[in-house]
Design a protein around this ligand. Structure first.
Ligand SMILES: *[C@@H]1O[C@H](CO)[C@@H](O)[C@H](O)[C@H]1NC(C)=O
Ligand SMILES: *[C@@H]1O[C@H](CO)[C@@H](O)[C@H](O)[C@H]1NC(C)=O
Ligand SMILES: *[C@@H]1O[C@H](CO)[C@@H](O)[C@H](O)[C@H]1NC(C)=O
Ligand SMILES: *[C@@H]1O[C@H](CO)[C@@H](O)[C@H](O)[C@H]1NC(C)=O
Ligand SMILES: *[C@@H]1O[C@H](CO)[C@@H](O)[C@H](O)[C@H]1NC(C)=O
Ligand SMILES: *[C@@H]1O[C@H](CO)[C@@H](O)[C@H](O)[C@H]1NC(C)=O
Ligand SMILES: *[C@@H]1O[C@H](CO)[C@@H](O)[C@H](O)[C@H]1NC(C)=O
Length: 803
């Protein structure tokens, strides 16, 4: 009885509260009250504005799509000042002509704060179908006192303008949220930088991290894929006073939004009525060449990870491409034409709209510090002139849609001096002493034993029970072993520097990782890697033989792996044939065991954080060995999860919780492992995976096949015949289990090893993380979705059902 009465009270309450009212206009005498569940809607009922909750404690005034079931917030007024209960009011102050939010005590927590000089005669607030919230005079549609489009949040909508003042450099841009549950301004901003030729940039605390670049007449030089979207039109304008960028949608029934997610990159979504979800329409731009200045100055970044110095510039002793000779004009200077490029940083470039390409070359030739030129505008056959001076920064080769770029080759640039010949013994001594001092601080002491007289000294780790004797090689020993780090000896280029093959005097083959001075791997990462890996001994981990340091030169010396890295095999159509199913299974198994050792079996608990096929090396017998511990973290015995505000690693292999929130745990490695398993089986990359029939990435593709009950279709064409289907199916299932959205759903590595043995029946996998678009769309939106759910609704549902 009692229960029944309660139930009916709740029912009444529910009926009452759901009597929300929608307003089409707000006037000074009719404010919008949170308590009455009132909202403001646009004329065409596309957008809705009002109060919404992120969690039970924080309420905001915002704008969202009215007819989209998952609340998708596109703008927030009181980003930094949430209200703490549902008694807020949004009202117009007619005296000042401003909009303001009052809390339960009537205290102003936010205001549009644009005291208009015009007399605010009878102001009204209206939400337009574009999603623009406009405060205007009642009688005149055009006399706008204030509008939300002038104060963008993290969402860039059609019709909105990003703009900057040429004279002052002041800009209106997009700012990310702090996290998906916190709309307050985060670290990232997308705006137009006006230095030199204006360019679109994304900055992290005022430092450029990604650069779509200057406008080239057709679009931004770095995002040619944007030009190919048929239903969208890009607009750009540059005058003496102002530069702006906006886009419009040709078919106004298409709902599109572009969002700068908290992790700092833009995602573009289109609403799909068929599937009832937001589709990410473009792959994420983040291949490593997209990281601003990834290669350092005067280098060319191409196909993911390789950096090459521009013609005439030799890598100097620290691996960078800085010129060693001053810029000197000479008879015989010429220009080399490169096609398909993304133009480099234009912040110190000069441009002229009327100069032709021929004149442009001539003028560049006449000025010694002019190092490159290109057309300013490439539409209609090309026009205008753009000049670069001194260093060329952030140049890259594009897979498609790039443009011509002319680089000066100085006749005077003789062969670069060989920095290696000038090493000083004192330098070595000081360098090693520095290293040793810092090692002592973190628990290392030196054992002064020489391996080859004058060649290596050892340090020993006293903090662990194992006896770790790690030789420190003299720089000259390694330099000689690698033929002075010659290009011929170069095995590859990693995120933190180059890897060279070397042969020691006693005939031992080694791989030398030379950390570039320009790389972000500082002393800390170096110590981290050395410390970690020196203690690890497992047949599926690459073995560290020693290290070397001289001034800023840091070298790691590993055992040499005859067969290079796994990506070289599985993503190469001829090499992949060499990997039959038995070998692939052996590799999957080996990686799992190596990882299990890292997570559980070694005395330390280690999270690798950058697992990917290029970090799996293969020895002469095709045994896999995990390498590259530069990002690894040691966990305390009882620590399960950690947070970092510096998300590093490789997109495509990062799980959602890490890419967006920076949370990582052993389950992050499990996710990356799962991606690798699916890559090994399919012979295709998760990143850059393109299927002609849909827009899914590899994980999404695998999941789709799984749901459609034809998982075997994932298999590499090179394989199919020889494969026992039960083994293959099991591996696909394990792969999918490992890439599930929620870390807690993923198995740990000991379970994975057991699963791979096939002695257990496997649970059914759930949806993978990051699967809908080609990137992080699921997570970005699923979290917004869950946070956007109406908390009132939730409360009433759960109370009304007696349990
Ligand atoms: C508030 O209003 C919305 C429509 O604007 C409605 O869907 C919702 O059920 C209402 N909430 C409550 C608790 O009445
Ligand atoms: C207030 O905003 C309007 C519309 O955005 C703008 O035209 C006006 O210059 C602003 N006024 C002040 C004082 O900032
Ligand atoms: C869409 O365009 C049509 C034709 O141009 C127009 O009649 C209609 O009002 C537009 N709808 C919206 C929501 O803008
Ligand atoms: C950059 O590298 C690509 C691929 O190696 C090459 O085709 C292109 O010519 C290079 N461009 C420059 C400016 O060095
Ligand atoms: C090598 O390049 C680095 C930057 O990459 C620079 O600081 C250093 O001076 C250069 N060394 C020589 C010998 O030119
Ligand atoms: C562009 O070049 C032309 C021809 O050399 C010159 O007359 C003009 O002043 C230049 N414009 C600017 C803005 O420098
Ligand atoms: C070369 O161009 C730079 C940048 O425009 C300018 O500062 C410098 O004076 C020019 N040098 C000569 C010799 O014209």
């Amino acid at each position: 009885m009692e229960n029944l009465r309660k139930l009916s009270v709740y029912f009444l309450l529910l009926c009452f509260t759901s009597m929300s009212s929608t307003l089409e206009i707000i006037t000074p005498s009719q404010p919008l009250r949170d308590g009455r569940n009132e909202t403001l809607i646009s004329e065409g009922r596309i957008f809705e504005a009002g109060f919404f909750a992120v969690d039970s404690k924080r309420r905001y005034v915002g704008i969202w799509y009215r007819n989209i079931p998952e609340k998708t917030v596109v703008w927030v007024a009181n980003r930094e000042k949430p209200l703490h209960d549902a008694s807020g009011v949004l009202q117009i102050d007619s005296d000042k002509g401003i909009l303001r939010i009052l809390d339960s005590k009537g205290i102003e927590t936010w205001s549009s704060n644009n005291a208009s000089k015009q007399l605010a005669d009878n102001p009204v607030l209206q939400l337009l179908d574009s999603g623009n919230l406009v405060l205007r005079h009642a009688k005149n549609m055009r006399s706008i006192l204030w509008q939300s489009f002038d104060y963008p949040g993290d969402t860039f909508l059609p019709g909105m303008k990003i703009r900057s003042s040429i004279k002052t450099g002041q800009y209106i841009g997009i700012t990310s949220w702090k996290s998906l549950q916190d709309p307050s301004p985060g670290k990232y901003s997308m705006h137009i930088d006006t230095k030199g030729l204006p360019q679109l940039v994304i900055t992290e605390e005022n430092r450029v991290v990604y650069r779509p670049g200057p406008w080239n007449g057709l679009g931004f030089t770095g995002t040619p894929e944007l030009r190919n979207i048929k239903f969208m039109k890009l607009l750009y304008g540059l005058s003496e006073d102002e530069v702006f960028y906006e886009y419009s949608i040709l078919d106004n029934s298409t709902l599109m939004r572009s969002r700068l997610v908290p992790a700092g990159f833009p995602l573009r979504f289109v609403w799909s009525a068929q599937t009832n979800r937001w589709d990410n329409i473009l792959p994420s731009p983040f291949d490593q060449c997209e990281t601003y200045d990834f290669c350092g100055p005067n280098a060319n970044c191409s196909s993911g990870r390789s950096c090459e110095c521009l013609t005439g510039i030799k890598p100097n002793s620290s691996g960078g491409c800085l010129r060693t000779t001053p810029l000197e004009c000479r008879e015989g200077d010429r220009f080399e034409k490169h096609q398909g490029m993304k133009l480099p940083d234009t912040s110190s470039s000069r441009y002229n709209k009327t100069i032709s390409l021929g004149e442009c070359e001539e003028l560049c030739l006449r000025n010694c510090s002019c190092t490159a030129y290109s057309n300013l505008d490439i539409s209609n056959g090309g026009s205008g002139c753009l000049h670069w001076f001194d260093n060329i920064v952030d140049l890259r080769q594009l897979a498609e849609g790039g443009q011509d770029f002319y680089v000066r080759v100085y006749a005077a640039s003789g062969p670069a001096k060989n920095g290696m010949d000038k090493r000083k013994l004192a330098g070595i001594a000081i360098g090693c002493a520095l290293l040793i001092t810092s090692m002592v601080i973190i628990g290392f002491t030196i054992k002064k034993k020489l391996m080859h007289p004058g060649k290596a000294i050892y340090w020993k780790d006293k903090s662990s029970q194992e006896d770790v004797d790690l030789p420190i090689f003299e720089f000259s020993t390694i330099s000689n072993a690698t033929n002075q780090f010659s290009e011929v000896n170069k095995l590859g280029q990693g995120g933190f520097g180059s890897v060279y093959k070397g042969i020691l005097v006693d005939g031992q083959e080694i791989a030398v990782k030379r950390l570039s001075k320009t790389s972000r791997q500082g002393m800390d990462e170096f110590k981290n890697e050395v410390l970690l890996i020196a203690k690890l001994q497992h047949r599926n981990l690459v073995k560290l033989l020693g290290c070397s340091i001289q001034n800023e030169e840091k070298l790691l010396i590993y055992e040499f792996m005859a067969n290079g890295s796994l990506d070289y095999f599985i993503f190469n159509s001829t090499k992949t044939k060499l990997l039959d199913w038995t070998k692939r299974l052996h590799i999957i198994d080996g990686i799992a065991r190596g990882l299990l050792y890292l997570h559980q079996d070694s005395r330390l608990r280690i999270i690798h954080r950058d697992l990917k096929t290029s970090n799996i090396l293969l020895d002469i017998d095709m045994n896999p060995k995990i390498s590259d511990f530069g990002l690894a973290r040691i966990f305390g015995g009882d620590q399960d999860e950690a947070n970092t505000n510096r998300v590093m690693g490789t997109y495509g292999y990062m799980p959602p919780e890490y890419a967006v929130h920076g949370y990582f745990s052993d389950k992050s490695d499990v996710f990356s492992f799962g991606v690798m398993v699916l890559e090994i089986i399919s012979g295709r990359k998760n990143r850059g995976f393109v299927d002609p029939h849909h827009r899914l990435n590899l994980l999404g593709h695998a999941w789709k096949l799984w749901v459609e009950k034809r998982p075997m279709d994932l298999t590499d064409e090179q394989l199919q015949d020889s494969v026992p289907s039960s083994e293959l199916l099991r591996c696909i299932q394990v792969g999918l289990l490992c890439v599930q959205q929620r870390p807690e759903d993923r198995p740990n590595m000991s379970t994975v090893v057991i699963m791979l043995k096939g002695e257990k029946s496997l649970p059914n996998p759930g949806e993978p993380g990051f699967y809908i678009g080609r990137d992080n769309q699921t997570l970005a939106d699923s979290i917004v979705r869950s946070s956007g759910e109406c908390s009132i609704n939730e409360a009433s549902n759960s109370t009304i059902l007696p349990r």
